[in-house]
Design a protein. Structure first.
Length: 202
């Protein structure tokens, strides 16, 4: 007897499996980088920050859109800057099949369609956040002592930053590439160096 499908549960487990999905660039970067679930989480947080700094957009809609923005790639895969020149993906079909029969179907399809149109401020903020997540990743790679050709960052400045929609995102781009990813803990007001047993008395 064929069991009745529970599409809401299926979706939750498909989302859970997203953490096993590597980003496409790992095959040329040759480094350990964030998986798709980690990318999605950070993109949502960056989008929230851009929205607050810009003082524009529906924040709830922005965060929801950010959580959804790459999920169809669970089915139609991620492609990097080389691969996308050779393949055609059917993200609309992936979206339909992924959410069909779930409580999120109508909302997810509408938000993803809006995201890809890039006309609303919410969709523009989420796309800016999506792009900036890569720059945070690249900055982490560089400051950890691993190699990433300076030419790649230069191209992102001249060919990616200029395509960002918000002034905030363009400013964050420059701040990211000047930042030390370790400042959050080394400069913290409370750590063993300045507030614990390693503190040196003056």
């Amino acid at each position: 007897m064929k069991s009745k499908r529970n599409r809401n549960m299926e979706l939750l487990f498909e989302v859970s499996a997203f953490r096993h999905f590597p980003r496409a660039w790992t095959h040329w970067l040759g480094q350990d980088t964030a998986n798709h679930a980690e990318h999605t989480f950070r993109t949502a947080f960056i989008a929230l920050m851009i929205a607050r700094l810009e003082g524009r957009g529906d924040v709830g809609k922005i965060v929801t859109m950010a959580l959804l923005h790459d999920l169809p790639e669970s089915r139609c895969t991620d492609v990097d800057h080389i691969q996308r020149q050779y393949v055609t993906r059917n993200e609309d079909l992936a979206t339909k099949d992924m959410f069909e029969g779930t409580v999120l179907a109508k909302e997810a399809e509408a938000l993803l369609a809006e995201y890809h149109e890039r006309k609303s401020i919410e969709s523009q903020i989420v796309k800016d956040a999506d792009l900036l997540d890569a720059d945070i990743e690249f900055r982490e790679v560089i400051t950890s002592g691993r190699t990433l050709h300076a030419k790649h960052i230069g191209r992102r400045r001249t060919q990616v930053k200029v395509k960002m929609f918000t002034k905030t995102a363009k400013r964050l781009f420059e701040e990211i590439h000047k930042a030390d990813p370790n400042d959050w803990h080394l400069l913290s007001q409370r750590n063993r160096f300045n507030g614990g047993d390693w503190k040196v008395s003056k």
